[in-house]
Design a protein around this ligand. Structure first.
Ligand SMILES: [Zn+2]
Length: 281
């Protein structure tokens, strides 16, 4: 599907000798691919590690179920080693049930928060049908996705009334490069991540809550210090996402912004040292 669309390289730069948390040095030519899938107004990130391990974070809204299955085909995904449902909102977990129905899944993480929506119940049913047990997503969890790709969960740091703040926030490190994937975490969660003392720095930031004013506070942004930011938004969405205040903040910090509504799916490839960004349009 994507192959038919002309692709062009928009960025490629060396990040130099930044401190990295990789367990072993990346092998030359081995690549981590992070796909910020265009699911309209919603969010979904697919990661494929050098050894072919896969992680899917969110899967867009209910009406994107087929789109998600098509993406799995496009990227030759035959199993998912890790699935993360950041929080129960439909624009994140809507398409997850069908993905779980169609592919073998080894582990699934979700925050400890319930929802009485049909979408959430349908996801729980798919998880149950697969005989999976949900692992609780929370700050402090960490695991290796493969020998060289490390995953740290930086949020939620507590229990919040606002389910957006219950969002699982995932930091992925490969060699000297890192990605911070924030779900819909808002300022309250950002404040607690800052207070937790966790290393928030990342080369790529998935802008929280689709570029809403609720997220990407200046303090948080200054700590993350991303080179690149991705905003997962749908064209002409009714929320007015992304907000101009957030775009201005990113611009002032010198962050290069990529958007699904303008550029389609955004693929960021890391060789452990530098990043290479390709957009669908
Ligand atoms: Zn959302």
């Amino acid at each position: 599907m994507l192959a038919a669309i002309s692709m062009f390289i928009v960025a490629g730069c060396s990040l130099g000798d930044l401190p990295g948390a990789g367990t072993t040095d990346p092998v030359d030519g081995q690549k981590l691919n992070v796909y910020f899938l265009d699911v309209g107004q919603g969010a979904s990130q697919l990661l494929v590690t050098p050894s072919g391990k896969t992680m899917l974070i969110d899967a867009g809204n209910n009406d994107k179920e087929q789109v998600m299955l098509d993406y799995m085909k496009t990227y030759h995904i035959e199993k998912l080693d890790v699935v993360v449902g950041t929080h129960p909102d439909a624009d994140h977990i809507g398409g997850l049930d069908k993905v779980i129905d169609h592919l073998p899944v080894s582990a699934i993480y979700m925050p400890k928060v319930q929802s009485n929506t049909k979408t959430f119940e349908s996801l729980l049913q798919s998880i149950k049908n697969k005989g999976l047990k949900v692992k609780t997503a929370r700050a402090g969890l960490s695991f290796d996705l493969d020998d060289q790709v490390h995953v740290d969960m930086l949020a939620p740091n507590g229990t919040y009334e606002n389910t957006n703040n219950m969002s699982a926030v995932v930091k992925v490190t490969y060699g000297h490069t890192s990605f911070l994937l924030t779900g819909d975490a808002e300022s309250e969660s950002e404040k607690d991540m800052l207070a937790s003392g966790a290393d928030l720095h990342a080369d790529v930031l998935l802008v929280g809550h689709h570029g809403s004013n609720s997220s990407t506070t200046l303090k948080f942004l200054k700590q993350v210090q991303p080179k690149y930011a991705v905003i997962q938004v749908g064209k002409g969405n009714t929320y007015g996402h992304p907000k101009s205040a957030v775009l201005n903040r990113l611009q002032k910090q010198g962050v290069e912004v990529y958007r699904n509504d303008l550029q389609g799916t955004i693929t960021i490839t890391s060789d452990g040292k530098s990043l290479h960004i390709v957009t669908e349009r």
